[in-house]
Design a protein around this ligand. Sequence first.
Ligand code: MLT
Ligand code: ZN
Length: 470
Amino acid sequence: MDKNNSPKTSSEKNRLAELPALKGIEIRTDPESLAEYGKDWTKHFTANASAVLLPKSTEEVKTIVNWARRTRTALVPSGGRTGLSAGAYATQQEVVVSLQKMNRILELDAFDQTLRCDAGVVTEQVQKYAREHGFYYPVDFASRGSSQIGGNVATNAGGIKVIRYGLTRQWVAGLKVVTGRGDILELNKSLVKNATGYDLRQLFIGSEGTLGVVTEVTVALAKPPKEFVVFVMGLNDLEAVMEIYAQFKSQFTIFAYEMFTDVALKYTTAHGARPPFSTAAKYFVLIELERESDEYIEQATELFGQLLEEGLVVDGVISQSPKQAAELWALREDITEATSHKQPYKNDISVRVSRVPEFLNEMTAVLAGEHPEFEVVWFGHIGDGNLHVNILKPDNLSSNEFVERCHHVDEKMFRMIEKFEGSVSAEHGVGLVKKPFLHYSRSAEEIQLMKEIKRVFDPDHILNPGKMFD
Ligand code: MLT
Ligand code: ZN
């Protein structure tokens, strides 16, 4: 062991020579697999994995963990690799453990309203299966078609319906995990009530693969909502974003309240989305409601009319069908893809909902004053205080220079976050990206306790070492 208790991650010939000891477990070491599985959707990092393992069962994961302990090999647990904090990157010759081959839906219990599946099942498949059986899995986000349920658990995925349904944390009824000690734990066993001490299940949710490998997940299911109706409104004043939210919130159950700017719209429409209306506006909000009844939607339409009359809203549109609702959602959900060619430097901070405009105004002023060279795309889940700040790379800057300047922005922004008592990561997680900034949101005592907790579950420091903290 080296002095910081880390396993050696350099390419030791003997270590990989032991791989055949993992008999039956698929091993890939070809350059394409190493490049593909060694990274996630985060930009500005370089993949450097030494091997990829694709277990097919919890027992095989246990075999891998025990082998890693014996050989002091660093493992990177890997789901759909849609993360944006480099939590699933292998940058130090680690061995990637992909859950991709563990992709069976195991059981849907209609009475208990739970669905049990392997960790490698794609989120959208869980959603579809639940729908086909008369239920609803409500955690939802743009990367649903690629992300895996185990990764959602590891990152406590949030997304677009948090204000109505909460985060992944609220929907995990049970977990099977292999800890860094090689123990298989079955946590909570789908119980609704369970008052038997520390809830280790919750500890694993959001642990980013640093405590164990999640191999099986049982999620709770909801009753399916009725048809969704989407309102998109244009406005020119940031304060109006909150005023509209307050008015809708006081009368209706809102499923999603999202915001994006005219800059974001420029990119999504260039990418193929249809503009919502022709009137120009600086900000756009998207509100999703359930068609509880036609009268309910009429009332909401009346409120929208009032806001137009009052001048809070400059224009707007209401979906008349699920197809139109999906088209309107594309204006928001396609932002990531539409800006991806600009190699955005991403942030996903949060502040208390009521303080969003104040924070946005202060931060916009800092960015405009100190970095006028940057085009910044703001969007986010404004209803829960989560803002995505995407800085687009100017063509004339090298990648390194760009990232360096963005780090300067980070320092400013996170100091401001500390002042606002917000979070440096609302939903993307810490990974490698937020590691240097964790102290802006968590106290030294908290970080020390987290490190001690890791040591209990992963005494040999083999699970995703270097992520979240050193
Ligand atoms: C989103 O809300 O679209 C995601 O968190 C992705 C992103 O920030 O790009
Ligand atoms: Zn998001």
